[in-house]
Design a protein. Structure first.
Length: 212
């Protein structure tokens, strides 16, 4: 039994040393390859933190967190994603004939890039915000409101409605375009390249070239 424990301890120590030696060569800047109209890069720092950049169309997004080297794989994680990307700042019974959903922000140019789904007893009503961040339908009993940001399509927030209010005003949270990462796995390959996942793209065979 003592011999088995001794051998097991040696194996664990040697594995830890191998991981440490391998992780020393990992830090660097890696650029996503082969995805049309998309630019993305991951900066793996020697202090086990990372920065992530993603650009598609008119939207540039960033994220950050920590990376670990485990069993020959790089694992990326950021802070947990907040539950909601919007905050309800006003809800009231207005004396008009509309159900109104409004988004407010200091940057008015971003307001038309939001959409909403108003849930009613008679079905769901979908629409895009106008230049003032407003979408309206004829006044009806509302059971829920979903909000979407078209420039970050994976981000949406659902709000249940348990009142007879017909005016709802929301604020955009500052982290709405932040990239959140949960257990994204990358594998070191030939020539220092990485292959694996991307937090905003479907698939697990993306290639990242290390910059020299």
């Amino acid at each position: 039994m003592q011999l088995k424990l001794y051998v097991l301890s040696l194996f664990m120590i040697s594995s830890q040393i191998a991981d440490a030696q391998s992780s020393d060569s990992i830090p660097g800047e890696y650029h996503l390859q082969g995805v049309m109209e998309t630019a993305s890069a991951i900066l793996l720092k020697p202090d086990s933190t990372f920065e992530l950049y993603f650009s598609y169309g008119a939207m540039d997004r960033n994220g950050h967190g920590k990376w670990q080297f485990q069993n020959g794989k790089i694992v990326l994680n950021s802070r947990p994603k907040p539950e909601r990307d919007f905050a309800l700042v006003a809800s009231k019974t207005a004396s008009d004939d509309f159900t109104t959903v409004k988004i407010v922000d200091s940057n008015a140019q971003v307001l038309p890039f939001f959409e909403t789904l108003i849930k009613t007893a008679g079905g769901e009503k979908y629409g895009k915000m106008n230049q003032e961040g407003v979408f309206q339908i004829p006044k009806t009993k509302t059971t829920g409101i979903d909000l979407f940001f078209t420039l970050a399509p994976e981000r949406y927030t659902s709000f249940p409605v348990q009142s007879d209010d017909n005016y709802f005003e929301f604020r955009i949270e500052p982290w709405i375009i932040e990239i959140f990462v949960e257990n994204v796995i990358l594998k070191p390959g030939e020539n220092g390249a990485l292959t694996g996942e991307h937090p905003l793209l479907k698939g697990d065979a993306f290639s990242y070239e290390k910059m020299k």
